[in-house]
Design a binder for this molecule. Structure first.
Ligand code: GDD
Ligand code: MG
Length: 329
């Protein structure tokens, strides 16, 4: 029996500048969502397709930090290989570099998108349509931060326009950063030099009239690449809009408390919130819904931290300090 095997490439080499300061010491693919490095969520999704036997992590920024966490993937039940570019090659150059030697259809993921898409259905469409490339599209309110994609009545891609200006918006469908591609189409990208999959490769498929189809996904999808979206993901998981650890078995809006957290019986902890291992919450403390993040910090008495506040990096807050909503230290 022949068992078909597919590879998936996760583009995880960006510097995450829009997520600073979170990404100063932590590369974007492993910023934590609650207590798990982000890429875990993507690997969970890829594992739903049994044919995918190996994930190729395409890296260039702090690759050793990522390797330390995921190793060869055996602990996660899927093979993981690391491909580190000698210099950032852009999204297209990185795919070409990571796909060297591959001949079968390959799944490609932007390393910062979180979604509940049925990936097997996307692969199925790619095969049914005998496509050279299949792209997932999702609707958003404002496409200017994304790649705008126009399609015809048969789901063929007619135009790909990366980061459109406001006056160029013709549809709310954008590139969700999830593709199935045929490696023999990569010849149109030059080897070893930076190249954009969005600005060069996709438009070239359209120009040449290749079979390039779109799978439209109206469900949960988010790019965690900005601090607003990063906070939003946490709220979505706490509220059950995106079902994931550590809230997957809890009713929406309850609290998730790690077994190693110590909460005094006289403290008040209101959900939804997440209390991690090692947290100590003493009598008199009140943790409110959607509470702030506090790590490596000392809080004096009677401090008030507004919504979505983040206190990091050995901050010491004196008594009665008030941090207004969304403050970051
Ligand atoms: N290996 C490698 N090398 N990875 C890279 C490089 C590189 O030189 N540059 C970017 N990446 C990775 C990033 O880490 C990220 O996971 C992914 O490629 C996309 O880069 P972003 O910088 O996050 O792009 P974006 O969010 O502005 O736009 C992209 O994603 C949108 C969806 O979230 C585009 O693909 C848009 O068309 C799309 O709509
Ligand atoms: Mg992004």
């Amino acid at each position: 029996m022949i068992v078909a095997c597919m590879k998936a490439i996760l583009l995880a080499g960006g510097q995450g500048t829009r997520l600073r300061p979170l990404t100063l010491n932590t590369p974007k693919p492993i910023v934590p969502i609650f207590n798990r490095p982000f890429l875990h969520y993507q690997i969970d999704l890829l594992k739903q397709v049994p044919e995918i036997d190996e994930v190729i992590l395409s890296l260039n920024y702090q690759p050793q930090r990522i390797e330390e966490i995921f190793g060869d993937g055996s602990a996660l039940g899927i093979g993981i290989r690391y491909v580190v570019e000698p210099q950032p090659l852009g999204t297209g150059g990185a795919v070409k570099y990571a796909a060297d030697g591959l001949t079968e259809s390959v799944v490609v993921f932007n390393g910062d998108v979180l979604t509940q898409i049925d990936l097997a259905a996307v692969i199925g469409m790619h095969r049914d349509r005998r496509a050279r490339a299949t792209i997932v599209l999702t609707p958003v309110d404002n496409p200017t931060a994304y790649g705008l994609v126009e399609t015809d009545a048969h789901s063929n891609v007619r135009r790909f326009l990366e980061k459109p200006r406001a006056d160029e918006i013709t549809t709310n469908h954008i590139n969700a950063g999830i593709y199935v591609l045929e490696p023999d189409t990569f010849d149109r990208m030059p080897a070893g030099v930076p190249c954009s999959i969005e600005r060069e490769y996709f438009p070239s498929l359209v120009e040449r009239g290749e079979t390039f189809v779109a799978h439209i996904y109206p469900g949960y999808w988010i790019d965690i690449g900005t601090s607003e979206k990063y906070i939003q993901v946490h709220r979505d998981i706490m509220d059950g809009r995106f079902v994931a650890a550590p809230f997957q078995d809890l009713a929406p809006a309850t609290k998730a408390v790690s077994p190693g957290a110590r909460i005094d019986g006289a403290a008040v902890v209101e959900g939804p919130c997440f209390i991690d291992e090692g947290a100590v919450i003493k009598a008199g403390a009140r943790i409110g819904p959607y509470s702030a993040t506090v790590s490596n910090a000392i809080l004096g008495r009677n401090c008030y931290l507004g919504r979505s506040v983040s206190v990091n990096g050995a901050a010491v807050l004196g008594d009665n300090t008030t941090l207004t909503d969304y403050t970051r230290t």
